[in-house]
Design a protein around this ligand. Structure first.
Ligand code: GLY
Length: 569
């Protein structure tokens, strides 16, 4: 029996077990993939986190309490990307239809400077922006989660954090995929830490082993007791600064003390009858998504055919141009001017695709950013939550690479991000995702690095319709975009849309990436005949999504590429 069939059966069994063990409550909790629910739903990268969020909803919490609980729980149960030491972006729609977005992206430390990753000859120092203490920017997630909770939550903070504290202290059983991932990162943990870390044990990890994180439990308790001061001040701040001083780390007490999350106006656009609400800069996600959808609205045929060579070619050419714009125009809006309205305007997008040849691939080296008059110039995780009142939140959070820079703050038990690599270390030098950045995204003290995170909410007829997002570095944008097309244009249900094979082009390198599993040889041959260069990769994105069905119930799309699980009641 193949691996996927087995995991599908295990999921089904789990669903049945959960239903039958909850008969004593008024509600049945259902767990799995492709499930439906009425009263509340959480879809996240780890079953423990989805369960914790659902329990908060059952306890009378709203979607925002549940999101805060899930974010803290992922910091424990999904250390590859869930975090206290990283940053997050959120898009929110409350039950009355008001929107907002919260930017708690990490910031460059005060001592950071433009050429900090270059040697004396001006060459990029290999690995400095990813695998050293200098890779870490000032964490924003804790401030953001607390801000979200204090503004929109209705349960006390203790209720929201306690499940994560318990999970860290008592431990939880790791999944097969987590065991593989921790074993893969083992040498990095050993080389980069001068103290024992919970992610390394004498033997290799196996599915079902218990991961206990006592130091992390104490850090969470300090946040529970003292709020932001439990992380950005006091013992935790001392431990972070002490860790920095062991090497080339730059984060200071002042950086921590001064960190602020920012409420920003979301980027809003339309696609046919749908209203799309997504993340503004410092993420490139919302603008790029609006550009891609804007091009599709004009250029997709009346009766689209899923992954026909003509449509993959069209989508690829759109992605090529949109990612070239990303590289030139986008960065931290607090530091640079971004021509948002121009970039998403119909006229601009029409002009951008004016050299599109339906039969022949263009070359990325011939494609630059578009001209705007008078312009001055893999690892992340996402979860979606909707509650009974239809409050909704799309929440994407990151350490950048898997386990960030793999350095655990001694005594505090959490991993540090390597988000500084999302800046452009040097113009035209690719980051770990192969993304090329320009001046707009150069390193500067206090600046936020450009993100691709695309937490997104969609409305239809002024009502909540879909909540989604994805990890995957540069592939986040294309994963979210293609999942939306899969539902709206190709008629898939939420789970089918998430399961469907994805492809990705990001301008540079000039390649279309296809997922190994599900790659269609004939399609690839036809695209190569048009002049496209292609490459296979293991997987693209991990979308966790919720769609509201016409009769009012919700359906989940939990990505089978990971351990992603929906939980609903
Ligand atoms: N670190 C991935 C992103 O923010 O795009």
């Amino acid at each position: 029996m193949n691996k996927h069939l087995l995991s599908g059966l295990a999921m089904l069994l789990l669903t049945v077990v959960i239903i039958s063990s909850c008969k004593e409550r008024d509600y049945e909790i259902i767990e799995g993939r492709g499930i439906t629910g009425i009263n509340g739903m959480v879809v996240s990268a780890h079953p423990e986190a989805s369960r914790i969020g659902t329990a908060i909803l059952l306890d009378g919490g709203n979607a925002f309490d549940a999101a805060a609980a899930v974010a803290f729980a992922l910091a424990v149960s999904y250390p590859a990307a869930g975090n206290l030491g990283g940053g997050s972006l959120m898009v929110i729609r409350d039950a009355e239809g008001n929107y907002s977005s919260l930017d708690c992206r990490e910031k460059a430390p005060g001592l950071a400077s433009r050429d900090m990753y270059l040697d004396e000859s001006g060459n990029v120092i290999e690995g400095m922006s990813t695998g050293t203490l200098a890779a870490s920017a000032v964490p924003g997630s804790v401030e953001g989660i607390l801000e979200l909770h204090s503004r929109f939550g209705i349960l006390p903070l203790t209720k929201v954090i306690q499940p994560a504290i318990n999970l860290a202290r008592k431990g939880f059983s790791i999944t097969a995929k987590q065991a593989e991932s921790l074993n893969h990162a083992r040498n990095r943990f050993i080389q980069r830490n001068d103290h024992p870390v919970p992610f390394v044990k004498d033997e290799t990890w196996c599915e079902g082993d218990t991961l206990i994180q006592e130091d992390l439990a104490r850090t969470l308790e300090r946040i529970c007791d003292y709020g932001r001061d439990g992380f950005y001040g006091g013992i935790t701040a001392d431990l972070i600064v002490a860790e920095m001083k062991k090497g080339n780390g730059l984060i200071s007490h002042d950086d921590l003390d001064n960190y602020e999350a920012v409420w920003r106006e979301p980027v809003i656009g339309t696609y046919g009858a749908y209203r799309i609400i997504s993340m503004p800069p410092p993420s490139s996600g919302g603008i790029a998504l609006m550009q891609l959808l804007g091009i599709m609205e004009e250029m997709l045929p009346e009766e689209p055919v899923f992954q026909s060579p003509e449509e993959v070619h069209l989508i690829t050419e759109a992605e090529r141009r949109v990612y070239a714009d990303r590289s030139y125009y986008l960065g931290d809006p607090d530091y640079i001017n971004i021509p948002v309205d121009e970039l998403v305007s119909k006229e601009y997008l029409q002009e951008r695709m004016s050299d599109f040849n339906p039969e022949k691939a263009s070359l990325s080296e011939d494609i630059s950013h578009g001209a705007i008059p008078a312009w001055e110039g893999e690892e992340t995780t996402h979860f979606s939550v909707v509650d009974k009142d239809r409050n909704a939140i799309a929440f994407t959070t990151t350490l950048n690479s898997g386990y960030g820079n793999c350095i655990v703050v001694e005594g505090a038990g959490f991993l540090l991000n390597n988000e500084m690599d999302d800046f452009s270390s040097k113009p035209a030098y690719p980051n770990i995702y192969g993304l090329i950045g320009g001046e707009a995204n150069s390193v500067q003290a206090g600046k936020r690095m450009l993100s691709s995170m695309t937490p997104t909410i969609i409305e239809k007829d002024q009502k909540l319709y879909m909540v989604l997002g994805s990890p995957g570095g540069s592939t986040i944008i294309t994963s979210v975009f293609q999942t939306i097309l899969n539902v709206i244009e190709y008629g898939m249900n939420m789970q089918e849309a998430v399961d469907a094979a994805r492809f990705h082009h990001q301008w540079m390198p000039d390649l279309i990436y296809f997922e190994e599993k599900g790659a269609d040889t004939l399609l690839i041959q036809k695209l190569e005949m048009m002049g496209h260069k292609t490459r296979l990769r293991s997987s693209i994105g991990r979308v966790d999504a919720i769609r509201i069905l016409p009769e009012g119930s919700m359906e989940a799309g939990a990505d089978p590429r990971g351990d992603d699980t929906a939980c609903a009641f």
